[in-house]
Design a binder for this molecule. Structure first.
Ligand code: TYD
Length: 191
């Protein structure tokens, strides 16, 4: 099973992914953790490019979209192999991040033709202001406008693609409990 956490920057994906991974391992499951951008050469290039002051410009975003798709294509084999070994793949972001962050739905779909879609997407949703206050150095107006748009797109995607939406404003333990309640039945567990 390929499970993915999505959400705007500062929504707590990494923390919750770690909690979920530890809990699944305690329950006896073998877990593989991945993240996008990955640690591949393409992923490293993306992380460098994201530092650029023009990272939100239209042409820059298009270039990034292509790189995210390339990075994801490299990931496909890894996910397949892990699933074949009956491991649960837990991912920090997926193809849906590109739909939420980059523009041009149809084009994003096309360039991600080979990307795997997660079996379960959990969207950690919270107010943009709160998310920004959790991110160091990301506190300007432009960032808020940008992330407001991303949050709206995520909520639209959630309706279109049946994401499970969790209120990420509730503190680590409550959010973890909410995520467990969603994941447990998918794995045949009662909690
Ligand atoms: P993020 O999860 O914040 O990584 P980290 O916390 O390790 O730095 O992802 C980096 C940024 O990349 C984040 O702002 C979202 C963006 N992003 C996209 O714009 N499109 C995508 O397809 C993906 C996967 C990420």
């Amino acid at each position: 099973m390929y499970i993915c956490l999505e959400g705007i920057d500062g929504s707590g994906k990494s923390t919750q992914l770690e909690c979920l991974g530890k809990w699944l391992e305690k329950c006896g499951f073998a877990v593989t953790r991945i993240r996008e951008p990955t640690d591949s050469i393409v992923g490293q290039l993306i992380r460098k490019m994201l530092q650029s002051p023009s990272a939100q410009d239209e042409s820059f975003q298009r270039t990034l979209a292509l790189l995210f798709a390339a990075d994801r294509t490299l990931l496909m084999d890894t996910i397949h192999k892990e699933e074949e070994m009956n491991r649960i793949v837990l991912s920090d972001r997926s193809f849906y991040s590109s739909l939420a962050y980059q523009n041009g739905e149809e084009w994003i779909d096309q360039i991600n033709h080979y990307a795997l879609k997660p079996d379960l997407v959990i969207l950690l949703d919270l107010e943009t202001e709160t998310a920004i206050s959790r991110c160091e150095g990301k506190d300007n107006f432009e960032e808020k406008d940008f992330l407001d748009k991303v949050r709206k797109k995520y909520l639209k995607l959630a309706k279109q693609h049946d994401f499970m939406v969790v209120n990420a404003n509730n503190g680590v333990n409550k959010v973890h409990a909410d995520i467990k309640r969603i994941v447990a039945p998918k794995l045949g567990m009662c909690i």
